[in-house]
Ligand binder design. Sequence first.
Ligand code: SAM
Length: 225
Amino acid sequence: MKKNRNQYFPLLAVFSTLLLAGCSGTAMEQSASAQTAKPRPTATQNTNSNANVSNANSTTSNSNAAKTLRDPDVVYVPTPQEVVDEMLRMAKVKEGDVLYDLGSGDGRIPITAAKRFKIRAVGIEINPVRIEEANRNAAENKVTDLVKFRNADLFESDFSEATVVTLYLLPSLNEKLRPKLLRELKPGTRIVSHAFRMGDWEPEKSAEVNGKMIYFWRVPERSNK
Ligand SMILES: C[S@@+](CC[C@H](N)C(=O)[O-])C[C@H]1O[C@@H](n2cnc3c(N)ncnc32)[C@H](O)[C@@H]1O
């Protein structure tokens, strides 16, 4: 009997970590570093013997061609729909915008933006399982003409055409991303982050939705100095 209970302990530990990941950024961070410390095959590697670990620059928008890149920097936790709605409202998304969600998960932010505002939207996501799910969701919502998902590392991607960027990553990832955002995005581009700030870059606006924080910045004009 005692031996049997011990067998379940690793399963219980994984389950508790996933529960916590839904609740706090710290747990998301710990869970992500656990993933990095112990690389394990993704679902694609398990089921497809042809799957290769590929170059992080690879950008593929079709689910059939989705490739395994490297371990995600943060685990997948979806943004609640009411928070998605407020993020888009805070960014004042409008016709003509191009929205990029960096680390797009199941695609809910680009899909909601395309459905509601008829704008073009792109999701960049490192996990091919999420890319497949996002492509299915885009098809179900009939927005495949407006929404594309790229299986790529956001830190290696070109998102300079964006007029709106959405994030739900981690404080440390937001800080790491900040120089790229400021260097490559056009002045005036709006950035909205669920839950996490961006170091000492003070947000222009913030709001709380059901206990979840949202922060807003605008890329400033470049100084000539
Ligand atoms: C907390 S989830 C947010 C998902 C979605 N943006 C949302 O708000 O519902 C973060 C996502 O980022 C992805 N991710 C982590 N590191 C990444 C990287 N370096 N490049 C692209 N995606 C990454 C994860 O696989 C995960 O799906």
